[in-house]
Design a protein around this ligand. Structure first.
Ligand SMILES: *Cc1c(COP(=O)(O)O)cnc(C)c1O
Length: 374
C-alpha cells in the first residue's frame, strides 16, 4: 500500500485492535449495574499503583483533577505559591489558581523540562510546593528538584500526565514526589474512551484524604467529613485502563522505536530529542526543533502529514495569566522553543512505512531548500 498521508494521531486504530475484548467488558459492566467507583475501579487503582511503584493510587475524573485534588489534600491555598514550568499544558497552571494559590513560573531548560537552576530565583517565603512536569514523557530532573525541595521544605507534586511508564535510573515517575497526577485522556500513553485520571502516593494519610475529597468529602454514605468534590472514575473507564495497562509497556517501547527511527532519519537536519543517561522516555510527543518550523509545518501539511505544536503559547503569556504581570522576554528559553518546536506523529499503531513517509517529508523540505539556495 502506498502511503500518501500520516495522521498526527488516530485513536480508532487502538480501539479496533482491542475491540472484541473491550466490548465483552462493556456488556459485563452493563449487566453488573456498578457504573461509578466499585470493584473495577479498585482493581485498576491497585494495579496502577503497583505499576508506578507507589503504595496507593486514587482514581478521579481527569488528570487536571488529579493535580488539583492533590494540592487541595495538601492544603495548598490562598497566600501560598507553587512553582511550575512555563512550557506545559494549561492545566498545570489553572489547578494552582483554582486552589487560590499563585503560580510562580520558571523557565525550562534545554531538555524542555523545569530549569532546576531557576528554582532558587522563584523561591519566596510563600513558596509551598513545586510541580515538575514530565513533559512529552521525559522525566524532569527529579534528583535536583527533590534535593532543592528538601532543602527548602517544599512539597513536590509531579505532573505525570504525559509520562506513565517513564523512568529515571530505574525508578518510574509518580514515585518521586509526595503525590503525582496522571491523566487517562484518550491522547495520553494510557488513554481510555473518555476522561479519567489518578493520583499516586505512598502517604497513607494523603491517600485517605484523596479518597474522601474526590467523593463529596464523604467518609461513608451519610457522613461528610470535609467539603469535597465530585471527581470519580467510571467502572467502564477503569476496565479499559486495566486492559490497556497490559499493553502499555509494549506501546511505550513501540513509541521509543519510532523515536529511534526519527532520530536516525532526521538528526543533522533538525534538533531531535534523545534519552540521556539513566532516562527512559516514553515519547508521548516527539518534539523536533528548527528555526524554520512554520515553513516545515506547511510543507508537511502539503504531504498530508499531521503535526502539532506543544505548546505555541507559554503559560506566562496566556491571556488568563495577564494578572500575574509577565511580559515577553521573561522566560526566553520557553519563548524560543514556542517558535521552533514541532511535534511529529508518534503513536504505537503507526507503521514503519508511515514513519518513513514522515522522515522523507522532512528530508524533502531541507533538500528542496538546499537546491533552491544552490
Ligand atoms: C493532559 C495534561 C493534563 C491534564 O489532564 P486532563 O486529563 O486532560 O485533565 C495536565 N498536565 C499535562 C502536562 C497534560 O498533558
Amino acid at each position: 500500500m502506498v502511503i500518501d498521508r500520516v495522521p498526527f494521531v488516530d485513536l480508532g486504530r487502538q480501539f479496533k485492535a482491542l475491540e472484541n475484548r473491550l466490548c465483552e467488558g462493556f456488556v459485563a459492566i452493563g449487566r453488573s449495574g456498578q457504573f461509578i467507583l466499585g470493584e473495577q475501579v479498585e482493581a485498576f487503582e491497585e494495579r496502577v499503583a503497583r505499576y508506578c511503584g507507589t503504595r496507593y493510587a486514587v482514581s478521579c475524573a481527569n488528570g487536571s483533577d488529579a493535580l488539583f485534588l492533590s494540592l487541595k489534600a495538601l492544603s495548598i491555598s490562598a497566600d501560598d505559591e507553587v512553582i511550575i514550568p512555563v512550557n506545559s499544558f494549561i492545566a498545570t497552571a489553572w489547578v494552582v489558581v483554582a486552589t487560590g494559590a499563585t503560580p510562580r513560573f520558571v523557565d525550562v531548560g534545554y531538555d524542555m523540562n523545569i530549569d532546576v537552576n531557576a528554582l532558587d530565583r522563584a523561591f519566596t517565603a510563600k513558596t509551598r510546593a513545586i510541580i515538575p512536569v514530565h513533559l512529552t514523557g521525559r522525566p524532569a530532573a527529579m534528583a535536583e528538584v527533590m534535593s532543592f525541595a528538601q532543602s527548602r521544605g517544599l512539597l513536590v507534586i509531579e505532573d505525570a500526565a504525559q509520562a506513565i511508564g517513564a523512568s529515571l535510573r530505574g525508578k518510574r515517575v509518580g514515585g518521586f514526589g509526595v503525590a503525582a497526577g496522571f491523566s487517562l485522556h484518550p491522547l495520553k500513553n494510557l488513554g481510555v474512551l473518555g476522561d479519567g485520571g489518578f493520583i499516586t502516593t505512598s502517604d497513607a494519610g494523603l491517600n485517605e484524604r484523596l479518597i474522601k475529597l474526590r467523593n463529596h468529602g464523604l467518609r461513608d454514605r451519610n457522613h461528610c467529613e470535609l467539603w469535597g468534590y465530585n471527581s470519580r472514575l467510571d467502572a467502564i473507564q477503569a476496565f479499559i485502563a486495566c486492559e490497556k495497562l497490559n499493553h502499555l509497556d509494549d506501546w511505550n517501547n513501540r513509541c521509543r522505536e519510532i523515536a529511534d527511527q526519527y532520530r536516525l532519519g532526521l538528526e543533522g537536519l533538525v534538533e531531535v530529542p534523545k534519552d540521556r543517561q539513566g532516562e527512559y522516555c516514553v515519547y508521548h510527543n516527539f518534539v523536533i526543533r528548527t528555526p524554520r518550523r512554520d515553513e516545515l509545518r506547511d510543507h508537511l501539511a502539503l504531504l498530508n502529514i499531521g503535526t502539532n505544536v506543544h505548546y505555541p503559547i507559554p503559560l506566562h503569556l496566556q491571556e488568563a495569566a495577564a494578572t500575574l504581570g509577565h511580559v515577553m522576554g521573561d522566560f526566553p528559553q520557553a519563548e524560543r522553543f514556542a517558535q521552533t518546536m514541532l511535534s511529529l506523529p508518534i503513536f504505537p499503531e503507526l507503521s514503519d512505512a508511515e514513519v518513513q513517509y514522515v522522515i522523507q517529508g522532512v528530508q524533502s523540505f531541507f533538500n528542496r531548500t538546499a537546491l533552491d539556495r544552490s
